[in-house]
Design a protein around this ligand. Structure first.
Ligand code: AMP
Length: 379
C-alpha cells in the first residue's frame, strides 16, 4: 500500500483561485502546509498559503523548484499544461494524475471519452471546418450549440445556432477553431454529482445537487435535487463509473442535463472541487475540500451526510456596481454564512464569493440565500 502523506507534510497546489483557497483552509485546519503556484501574486489561495510562487505554468524550471519542496501535488485549475504535470510527477505524486486533466481540459476529448465508455452524454459531433459544421447540424438539427474544443468555461467560446444564417457568424465567433457541435437540450433541470475517490478506490458522493445558471454562470446550488429515485441512482452510478474509468484520486464533479422523460445526460466534468459543492463546506459532515485533502494524502474519506437543508448563491462582481455590498444586511439572517475570496477587483461576472443559507427544508434555505443576496445591494 502507498504510504499516506500525514499532517505536517506540505501540499502543493497548481492554481491560486478560490478553489485553492478553500482547499487551503481545509488543509491547514488538518495541520498541513500549503504551497501555491500560478502566474499571479496576492491571490485567493496565496493569502492562506505558507508559500506563494508566481511563475508561468510553462516555466518548467520553476515548476521543478516548486515541486521539490512539497510532498504531493494537486491542482485547483484544470487548464494546467500536460508538460507541467509531467514535470511535477517526476518529483512528487500528482493527484489526480495528469491523465485526468488531459481528458477534462479539452471538451472534445472529454465528450469522446464519455461516449466511448458508454456514459450518457449530450448528442454531439466533432467539428474541424465549416463543412463539418454544416454536416453536423444536418445530423443534429436546430437549435444546437457550437463550443470550442479546449479551454472554455462559464459559457465562454460558445454560440447557439438556430438557423442556417447563424452558422457562418457562429463559426467566426469561436475563431474557426477545433470545436464540437452539441444538440441544444431543452432540459428540465441541471444537476450535478460531486464525488470523490480515495487512493484505495473508495468512493463517496454528496448526492444530486440542483443547479440554476444565469448567463451561463452558476447562480444557485441546492443539494438534494427533486429528482426520481431512478435518476438519483443513475446519476450516482454514472459518476462512480467516470471516477473509476479515469482512475481519479480526489474530487470530481459531473454536471448533467435532465431532460423530460427522466433522460439524464452528462454536460461536462470538472476534475476538482466544484462550485456546486461549495455548500458542503458549511452543510456537510466532510466538505469537498477536506475530502480532496484526504484523498490526495491517501487518508480515509470522511462521511458526506448533509447536516441540514442548505442552499448556496454565488456573489458575482456585478454586486459591487454601486459600491461595497451591505454585508451587515445579508448577515442579519443568522442562518447565513458569508464566504469571500479576497479578490481585490470586482468585475462583472467574476466570482467574488458566495453565501450559504440554511432552512427547515431546501426551499426555505434557497429563499433565505437569495433574500440575503438581495439584501446586499442598497436600494
Ligand atoms: P458549459 O460551459 O458547456 O457547461 O455551458 C454553460 C451553460 O450553458 C450550461 O450549464 C447550460 O445552462 C447552457 N448550455 C450549455 N450547453 C447546452 C446545451 N447543449 N443545451 C442547452 N443548454 C446548454
Amino acid at each position: 500500500m502507498t504510504k499516506p502523506i500525514l499532517p505536517g507534510a506540505t501540499i502543493g497546489v497548481l492554481g491560486s483561485g478560490q478553489l485553492g483557497r478553500m482547499f487551503a483552509v481545509a488543509a491547514r485546519r488538518m495541520g498541513y502546509r500549503v504551497h501555491t503556484y500560478s502566474p499571479a501574486e496576492d491571490t485567493p489561495t496565496g493569502h492562506l498559503s505558507d508559500r506563494e510562487v508566481k511563475a508561468a505554468y510553462d516555466d518548467l524550471a520553476a515548476v521543478e523548484e516548486f515541486v521539490r519542496r512539497v510532498d504531493v501535488v494537486t491542482f485547483e485549475f484544470e487548464n494546467v499544461l500536460s508538460d507541467t504535470t509531467e514535470c511535477a510527477a517526476r518529483h512528487a505524486p500528482v493527484r489526480p494524475g495528469g491523465g485526468v486533466l488531459h481528458v477534462c481540459q479539452h471538451r472534445r476529448r472529454e465528450k469522446n471519452f464519455l461516449y466511448d465508455h458508454g456514459f450518457p452524454v449530450t448528442p454531439f459531433r466533432n467539428v474541424d471546418s465549416f463543412d463539418d459544421l454544416e454536416r453536423a447540424v444536418a445530423e443534429l438539427g436546430y437549435p444546437a450549440v457550437l463550443k470550442t474544443a479546449g479551454f472554455g468555461y462559464d459559457g465562454k467560446g460558445q454560440a447557439v445556432v438556430r438557423s442556417a444564417e447563424d452558422l457562418r457568424p457562429a463559426w467566426e465567433s469561436i475563431g474557426e477553431v477545433e470545436a464540437v457541435l452539441e444538440a441544444f437540450v431543452e432540459f428540465e433541470r441541471e444537476v450535478s454529482v460531486v464525488a470523490a475517490r480515495g487512493l484505495d478506490g473508495d468512493f463517496c458522493h454528496w448526492g444530486v445537487v440542483e443547479n440554476e445558471h444565469s448567463n451561463h454562470i452558476l447562480d444557485v446550488s441546492t443539494p438534494d435535487a427533486p429528482v426520481s429515485d431512478s435518476v438519483r441512482a443513475l446519476a450516482v452510478e454514472v459518476a462512480h463509473g467516470i471516477l473509476e474509468a479515469l482512475d481519479v484520486v480526489g474530487v470530481l464533479c459531473v454536471e448533467f442535463f435532465l431532460a423530460p422523460g427522466d433522460r439524464l445526460m452528462v454536460n461536462e466534468l470538472a476534475p476538482r472541487p466544484h462550485n456546486s459543492g461549495h455548500f458542503t463546506f458549511d452543510a456537510s459532515l466532510t466538505s469537498q475540500f477536506e475530502q480532496q485533502v484526504r484523498a490526495v494524502c491517501g487518508l480515509p474519506l470522511g462521511g458526506t451526510d448533509l447536516l441540514r437543508p442548505a442552499s448556496m448563491v454565488n456573489l458575482l462582481g456585478d454586486l459591487w456596481a454601486n459600491g461595497e455590498p451591505d454585508w451587515r444586511a445579508a448577515l442579519a439572517d443568522p442562518a447565513v454564512k458569508l464566504h469571500l475570496y479576497g479578490k481585490a477587483q470586482a468585475k462583472p461576472g467574476r466570482k467574488m464569493g458566495h453565501l450559504v443559507a440554511f432552512g427547515s427544508d431546501r426551499a426555505e434555505a434557497r429563499r433565505r440565500a437569495i433574500a440575503a443576496r438581495n439584501a446586499l445591494v442598497k436600494r
